[in-house]
Design a protein around this ligand. Sequence first.
Ligand SMILES: [Zn+2]
Length: 428
Amino acid sequence: MSMPATAEEVERAREARVGPMVANAWRSPFFRARLVEAGAREGQAVDQKTWRRIRPTTKDELRGLSAERFASEVTIARDDEIAMYWRSGGVTGRPLFYPKARRDMPALVESFTRVLRLAGVRPGELVHNSFPFLGVHPIGHMFGHALSAHGCGNVFAGSGANTPSDVQVELLMGLRPSVWMGIGSYINILGHRAEAAGHEPSSSSLRRIISSAEPLTPAKRARIERMWGGAELFDSYGMTECSMMGAECERHDGLHVWADLFLVEIVDEGTGEPLPAGEVGAVLVTPLHAGSAIPFLRWSSGDIGALEPDCECPYAMFPKLRLAARTVGFSKVRGVNVNHNDLEDALLRVDAVADYLARVVTAELDDRLLVDIEVERPGPEPGAVAARVRAAISAAFELKADVTVLERGTIARRLDGEVKPMRVRDER
Ligand SMILES: [Zn+2]
């Protein structure tokens, strides 16, 4: 599997795969029903009008199926065709486990390898890989395959639940990798742990940081890059139903999506009608090379974004996806909508805040927003920082928060065992 060189090649590669993908979908009773409902005929090409009538599939629909029905009606691969299982979700709602077919492995590895290319990682570089690889999570070991394919060394540490953070810090400082990859907020934790152990993360060997699987607000990006001495942060985008799907180029202005491997549609959230380039809507995805085990047709990703065709970079053959926000990550607190990303951004904009954990709880029949913070040392007086945090939250959401200052390192220790540490939580 190779990378197409022009937009025409991307389109040709995509067009060639839609037919085989639809043929796979006819073999799955679950997706077959959607094709019939849309008026498609087995053995015939699906025209655009019919395609747009295919009802998108949501995670809640799959969660509603029993394990037996999922295996017999959604999955089409025989046991001996399955290379591995990937876990999806579990932070909110019941996790799902998707089989991936051996036949699809070259495309799956390619989809991860392209992230390395766009981030400018060269063969021969040493990469510290902090993506989780236990617990049936695919991202750590798939990046492991990609690093091997790209000719890079892999310090296969895994998440903090796989290798304790203090050990990860010693590996980062001792082996001097030039690239770190993992969930972005975890490099923040490692930075705090490094400082606590007497290291200076700002003078580390890291040159590039690759993040995935969590929204990066502008303030979070700036914070991470500053802490690690100006290492360049690249975001990437994927979902377990598909694979790794795209990444930032050096312009950091949206995510180039592998449009030869995935059919990406932007549709109106209300009507389901397709939207023109540049307009924001719901992101639907059909994997074209990764559906031999489960032929996801028009998967409703839960993401909101716009597709843009151009970029001033060598990867302009892949359109750019500009994500607006995940549709999850909202809490209603005393009638006020609080977007978790906006809350994190407000907290990170207070410079002296070294770490934070915000929780929405119910106390005495009322909603309360509890915010624990840690303050940079040496730095301003903790009480003054807490007052600034209260003022920032009040300005952003017109909400009163209960702010508590904790000892440095408390929050990182509290979240250390979590695969995907969440710093804003709704605990009601
Ligand atoms: Zn670009």
